[in-house]
Design a protein around this ligand. Sequence first.
Ligand code: PLP
Length: 448
Amino acid sequence: MSQSLQEKDIHYQLHPYTNARLHQEQGPLIIERGEGVYVYDDQGKDYIEGMSGLWSAALGFSNQRLIRAAQQQLETLPFYHLFSHKAHRPSIELAEKLIQMAPVPMSKVFFTNSGSEANDTVVKLVWFRNHALGKPEKNKFIARTNAYHGITVASASLTGLPANHRGFGLPLPGFLHVGCPHHYRYALPGESEEQFADRLAAELEQTILAEGPETIAAFIGEPLMGAGGVIVPPRTYWAKVQQVCRKYDILVIADEVICGFGRTGQMFGSQTFGIQPDIMVVSKQLSSSYQPIAAVLINDAVYQPIEAQSGSLGTLGHGFTASGHPVAAAVSLENLKIIEEDNLVAHAAAMGERMHAALRRFTDHPLVGEVRGCGLIAAVELVGDKDSKAPYQTTGTLGRYLAGRAQQHGLITRAMGDAIAFCPPLIIDEQEMDLLLERFERALDDTA
Ligand code: PLP
């Protein structure tokens, strides 16, 4: 007897971010096609993709211009690389476009295929630069608890989530983590947002001094944390953090993999939160994830020593076969053009306001501890006890249940512990947003 697709999946695939044993029992949800903000499973059931896939399909799931851009590029030059002084038009034009769009002066762009590779690239470029400056001992990175920067060895070391360290022997030595700027969870009783930001900046400075400033290369952060729970920092947090970094000659890296290209209601999260990064990492909404691509933007302070070093070391020994892949670059260029032409950043800000206004209504719900977000990204955190903020049973129980109910009602969300995330495509319209919220409300009613 032939196996069903579900059975074959269980039989053959090891899934990323999936409990292997649970998957054997419950099997996959097979998504067969997409249209606008909807995806459809193999039974024809529709789901509003409330997460844009993985925080990424800005233009939804059927944009014909992106499909044509990919097809045209496949017909012209389906692959070429950038090694050894080779180049091609799409990667050159995309690099130019990114430098033009960057919110602060940037000097060069290095392409990778994923956000994780981009963050590993950041680590290596910073190490290479500091070697070039004759400061090889200035090699440690500071990230934050609950940060998400990816899963390759260095990027997972930057990530501050237990699941990415447990069982892998990570983080590597020299990757440090300071406190997460989540006021609701980590502020002391009576501490204002301002005081909380002061305390986190002081903690950062103490960490730097304890380690020795001459050993700290860079501080990395997502403008607002995504996978760690959609955590919006206090208003003055980034200014204070940057002040400390500048004082000790520490590079500031903005991981814009989720925030970049409109998610926060401005083109970049760095604009929303007043960050002047030395290095920016972008991916996901760069191509709406129709093709895998990411980019690292570096400023002159990072680039100049690297260039100078090539005089003595020669080749920069780093790069991927598919760095700046022409099809991915062509799709990204078209994607950025559409975001600009269709004013999708302003649209995202407007849809975000609609979403936050509706979600705020749930604040009085007995299971809702906090509603938070910015632009077109939000989270609703569930608690078992509103006063103590303690979880219901063990952490994640309610979140998993609610996300499961939402899926049954035709809404894909993401449970991060007990926080349910919303990150719909930038193209979502008012009716679709209202339907998303209606489906969520039904799931919440089932949970109460
Ligand atoms: N950085 C951030 C902020 C992310 O959210 C992610 C993925 O969610 C990554 C890096 C890693 O990207 P990728 O999954 O493409 O390796």
